[in-house]
Design a protein around this ligand. Structure first.
Ligand SMILES: C[S@@+](CC[C@H](N)C(=O)[O-])C[C@H]1O[C@@H](n2cnc3c(N)ncnc32)[C@H](O)[C@@H]1O
Length: 527
């Protein structure tokens, strides 16, 4: 009886895996520039606020939600950015007011099985915009996430299942046996493909904290990346070797290297990081969270990778991601190099849970001794223990221009604009804290996703003025020159007359190069 029950359950889950997998393949194959088969969010048609509440319209079986522009925010941006960016603002404005033109980069997860997905992406016109040094990493047993109950179907299980089971229901979604066989090497993750909100904003959905095995109350700590409420006990290992720019990758890992860890590259310009872009605003479905199965890709604004590239990461370094949730840049860090330690800090408890789930969804269990979570206020990091990290990323809380323009109500938009005045002070404190946390000779990258001079060059200028040990580095040749085909870079404007010119890089969204807004600069702590 029990045997029969188990086999019925197994059959049911196999069928579910088949359906999910075939749906995913169908979705990814059918995506096109007008995204008709993929849920998308619609732009407001006019320059000014369309009246009325959020609209929904049906197109086929897909419900499309029309984004409502927040007029108070637009008015404020028009006033400020019109003044600061002058003739560049109309161009940026036109992109920000046209969400249908927004693009999403597909950052691949080197810890998951990727072969088919790369072929599919390439066949759909995507290409990697970063030079590659290594073939994608194919996971072995030690690279899987949490051990998976067999009926949930890991990669191997899915292959086995799919070779035997073709659900009659699958024909409704249109796959043929060939599609099913192709799907067998893919991560069977498709259960939230219909979640349209995840397509246009990585910050719009929030997994239930109770479902996260990273929760301190989790009953299965052995299957998680370690959780640490503070960072005080993290620094017992010996300091890593000094990184040398453009030198060979060091292997100064303090603990024995994991067999699942691919080698990192020897040059910051040649990375393990793979991000696929499409020349048109093609929207892929995001992958849902399945405990124990690693996701294959993460959708993001490709400009988000620039601050990570600016870190010039080397194997064996200790890295701090000071403001880490929801974890996109933390993932990019782990795609780029093999740090001895990555501390992901997030002060907001709910966002920390989200961060935890992101890490769990993309990183294998074998990295649990190197990737840790912390939930401190980032402003205290520089105090104790000081000068510990080789690299620190401050992806600061900021105005988030894209998101603010589509605030849920005029009231929310107005409140955000009111609170905006407090951001530069917080950002400066976080940056000072980061400069305290980085070792002499180490580097801090400061970034935001706003065009606002007050939160970018002004913050950096003020901190540099008060920190004689801090030295601004020029990123133009290193990043703007090689990536100018994809991004529109400008030298950010400044209000005050700092001696330093060219205070970082500003990526401005423009038609055809819609990535950004993203501000970044790198500051070295003098040795
Ligand atoms: C721009 S988001 C970071 C995005 C993230 N780096 C990524 O790539 O996914 C800024 C984050 O800083 C967090 N934050 C705000 N104040 C903070 C503080 N005092 N200390 C640490 N984190 C803070 C916010 O909750 C938010 O999650």
């Amino acid at each position: 009886m029990l045997k029969r029950l188990i086999s019925v359950q197994t059959l049911h889950s196999m069928r579910s895996v088949t359906l999910r997998t075939t749906y995913f393949i169908t979705q990814i194959r059918s995506c096109s520039s007008n995204s008709d088969t993929v849920p998308t969010q619609q732009q407001p048609a006019a320059h000014k606020t369309p009246k009325g509440l959020k609209e929904k319209k049906k197109k086929g079986n897909v419900v499309k939600t029309r984004r409502q522009l927040c007029q108070p925010v637009l008015d404020s941006f028009d006033e400020q950015y019109g003044r600061e960016l002058a003739n560049i603002w109309p161009s940026a404005r036109s992109v920000l007011l046209d969400p249908d033109s927004w693009q999403y980069g597909v950052m691949l997860n080197r810890f998951a099985a990727l072969s088919d997905i790369i072929n599919i992406l390439q066949s759909k016109g995507f290409s990697s915009f970063l030079p590659q040094t290594h073939a994608p990493f194919l996971p072995n047993k030690s690279s899987s996430a949490i051990p998976l109950p067999r009926q949930h179907g890991g990669v191997g299980d899915a292959a086995e299942s799919l070779s035997k089971v073709v659900s009659p229901d699958a024909h409704r979604t249109g796959p043929n046996p060939h599609t099913v066989l192709e799907a067998s090497t893919q991560r069977p993750l498709t259960d939230t493909l219909a979640n349209s909100s995840s397509l246009l904003s990585t910050t719009s959905s929030f997994p239930s904290s109770s479902s996260s095995p990273f929760s301190p109350s989790s009953s299965s700590p052995s299957s998680t990346i370690s959780y640490s409420p503070t960072t005080s006990s993290l620094f017992s290992s010996s300091p890593s070797s000094s990184p040398s720019i453009y030198s060979s990758a060091s292997s100064s890992l303090p603990s024995s290297p994991s067999s699942s860890m691919p080698n990192s590259s020897s040059s910051p310009s040649l990375s393990l990081l793979q991000c696929f872009l499409h020349p048109k605003p093609v929207h892929l479905p995001s992958q849902a969270h399945w405990p124990g199965v690693l996701k294959q890709y993460y959708l993001l604004n490709a400009a988000s990778l620039l601050p990570v590239l600016a870190l010039q990461l080397r194997d064996g370094e200790k890295v701090l991601d000071l403001c880490s949730a929801p974890g996109g840049k933390a993932l990019a860090i782990m795609q780029t190099a093999n740090p001895a330690l990555l501390c992901c800090n997030e002060s907001d408890p709910h966002r920390k849970e989200w961060l935890a789930q992101t890490l769990e969804s993309f990183l294998p269990q074998s990295l649990s001794n190197r990737v840790i979570l912390s939930n401190q206020d980032g402003r205290v990091f520089g105090l104790s223990p000081a000068g510990t990290y080789d690299k620190v990323l401050v992806d600061a809380p900021c105005s988030n221009d894209r998101s603010w323009l589509y605030s849920s109500s005029p009231q929310q938009g107005a409140q955000r604009l009111k609170d905006r005045a407090t951001l530069p002070s917080l950002q400066a404190q976080l940056l000072r804290s980061a400069l305290g946390a980085v070792r002499p000779g180490g580097a801090v990258v400061y970034s935001t996703c706003t065009l606002s001079t007050y939160e970018n060059a002004e913050v950096v200028g003020a901190v540099l003025d008060s920190c004689p040990e801090a030295e601004l580095e020029d990123l133009w040749e290193e990043l703007a020159t090689p990536f100018s085909a994809h991004f529109t870079f400008i030298h950010p404007p400044q209000h005050r007359h700092h001696q330093r010119r060219r205070c970082g890089l500003l990526v401005v969204p423009t038609p055809g190069r819609t990535w950004g807004p993203m501000y970044l600069c790198r500051i070295r702590r003098r040795g």
